[in-house]
Design a protein. Structure first.
Ligand code: GAR
Length: 189
C-alpha cells in the first residue's frame, strides 16, 4: 500500500481532490501534507480532511535532510507534488527513485522552468497566442519541469479566453486526471 506525502505551496485544491478521490480506499494512504508556507490554504484543507500537515522553511528544502527524516518517520514511500513551487532537494530524489511526481499546468516542454508556475504559466500561454494548453504529469528530477513525462491532456483555447479562463480549463483537467494517474502508477505497489 503506497503511503504518499502531498507537497503543496498554496491553495491545495489538487491535494484535496486527490485525498478525496482515494477516501475510503484501503490501498492508498496520505499520512502527511508538506508545505513550505505556514499561511498556505492547503493547511486548512488538510485539517478539514483530517490529514496532518507540516511546514518546513525554505532552507529545509535546500538540503532536504529534515524533510526526509519526517517522511521516513511517517513511512512515506512516494511523494506527489500538487502546486509545490520549490525545487525538490536531491536527497529526496535519491530516497524515492521514480516515486516523486509533479503536475505542471501546461504542455511541457513548453511554458516550463523556473518562475513558470500557476498564473504565470497561463499568462504566458495567452501572450503566446496558443490555441491549446493542458497538463503534464511527470517524474521529478533535480531540474524544474524536466523529468520524464508520464501523461498529458489537452484543452482548446479560444482567442477570447482570459488567463483565468485558461486556468479554469486546466484545473478541470488536473482534477480529472491527476488522481487516476497516481492510481495507475502505484496501485498494487
Ligand atoms: C496547479 O495548477 C498546478 O498545476 C500548478 O499550481 C497549481 C496549484 O493549484 N503547479 C505549478 O505551476 C508547478 N510548476 P492548487 O494549489 O489549487 O492545487
Amino acid at each position: 500500500m503506497p503511503r504518499i506525502a502531498l507537497f503543496a505551496s498554496g491553495s491545495g485544491s489538487n491535494a484535496e481532490n486527490i485525498i478525496r478521490y482515494f477516501e475510503g480506499r484501503a490501498d492508498f494512504s496520505f499520512p502527511l501534507v508538506v508545505s513550505n508556507r505556514a499561511d498556505a490554504y492547503v493547511h486548512e484543507r488538510a485539517k478539514a480532511l483530517g490529514v496532518p500537515s507540516v511546514t518546513f522553511p525554505r532552507e529545509d528544502f535546500v538540503d532536504g535532510t529534515r524533510v526526509l527524516e519526517r517522511l521516513q518517520a511517517e513511512r512515506v514511500d512516494a511523494v506527489v507534488l500538487a502546486g509545490f513551487l520549490l525545487r525538490v532537494p536531491q536527497v529526496l530524489i535519491d530516497a524515492f527513485p521514480g516515486r516523486i511526481v509533479n503536475i505542471h499546468p501546461a504542455l511541457l516542454p513548453k511554458f516550463g522552468g523556473k518562475g513558470m508556475y500557476g498564473h504565470h504559466v497561463h499568462e504566458a500561454v495567452k501572450a503566446a497566442g496558443e490555441t491549446e494548453s493542458g497538463i503534464t504529469i511527470h517524474h521529478v528530477n533535480g531540474q524544474y519541469d524536466e523529468g520524464d513525462i508520464i501523461f498529458q491532456a489537452r484543452c482548446p483555447i479560444s482567442p477570447d479566453d482570459t488567463p483565468d479562463d485558461i486556468a479554469r480549463k486546466v484545473h478541470e483537467l488536473e482534477y480529472e486526471h491527476y488522481p487516476q494517474v497516481i492510481e495507475q502508477l502505484w496501485e498494487n505497489s
